[in-house]
Design a protein around this ligand. Structure first.
Ligand code: HEC
Ligand code: HEC
Ligand code: HEC
Length: 137
């Protein structure tokens, strides 16, 4: 009985440890550099958020977005004059899916994508700024 309890305890410990490990790696998932992490667009308006983790965990392949419509380099789309709502409504960029069919439409849920200046400051206060090092304004 005593040895059984020990075995049981060891097994339980192993399960709990494995569980914690999974939780920890999921929590870190949003900062995963490999999948591009969290992108914050600042042009033409501050601030629009794109989370790789949310999209990739739904089962999307990298090539559903790369290299069309997006390059694997933060700050690329922002350089285009047509990176705006009109283009999204026409099915470009995020609007390729955010059309009310594949995903919620771009003319709804503004604040899901637009975290605003307050959200931006909150984010940059706690998280390292990613991929926008060029700093021209
Ligand atoms: C739903 C669309 C979408 C999917 C799916 C997606 N990405 Fe991205 N990715 C983006 C967007 C948007 C950007 C930013 C592009 C820009 O700013 O022009 C980006 C940027 C990147 C960057 C550059 C990050 C940086 O800081 O410069 C990398 C690397 C990247 N993606 C890798 C991946 C990989 C690997 C996968 C698959 C596991 C993937 N992406 C899946 C949309 C996507
Ligand atoms: C290849 C298709 C695809 C592209 C491109 C895409 N998304 Fe999505 N996105 C989805 C799907 C599918 C969902 C989940 C379904 C839904 O929420 O309607 C989603 C969900 C989201 C959500 C909600 C996340 C949450 O909290 O649940 C946000 C915000 C978002 N996308 C922003 C963006 C932005 C910003 C871009 C462009 C930079 C973009 N997406 C490009 C397919 C896409
Ligand atoms: C699916 C994500 C998404 C949704 C939903 C969304 N936007 Fe945008 N929005 C973007 C992206 C991406 C840009 C271009 C990048 C930037 O300006 O930072 C942008 C840019 C803009 C701009 C500046 C460019 C322009 O077209 O004038 C305005 C204003 C704007 N959005 C307003 C809105 C309003 C209002 C809503 C809700 C009715 C909305 N957005 C919903 C992603 C989204």
């Amino acid at each position: 009985m005593k040895t059984l309890n020990k075995t049981l305890l060891a097994a339980l410990l192993a399960i709990v440890t494995a569980g914690l490990f999974i939780v920890a790696s999921q929590a870190m998932g949003s900062d995963d550099e490999e999948d591009g992490g969290t992108i914050v667009f600042t042009k033409p308006v501050k601030a629009v958020i794109f989370e790789h983790s949310i999209h990739v965990e739904m089962g999307m392949d990298c090539d559903s977005c790369h290299d069309d419509p997006f390059e694997m380099a933060a700050g690329t789309a922002e350089e285009n004059d047509d990176f705006n709502m009109k283009a999204l409504y026409e099915g470009k960029y995020c609007g390729m899916c955010h059309d009310g069919e594949t995903a919620f439409a771009s003319n709804t849920n503004c604040t899901a994508c637009h975290i605003g200046v307050k959200g931006y400051n909150r984010m940059m206060g706690t998280k390292e700024k990613k991929g926008h090092g060029s700093g021209h304004h």
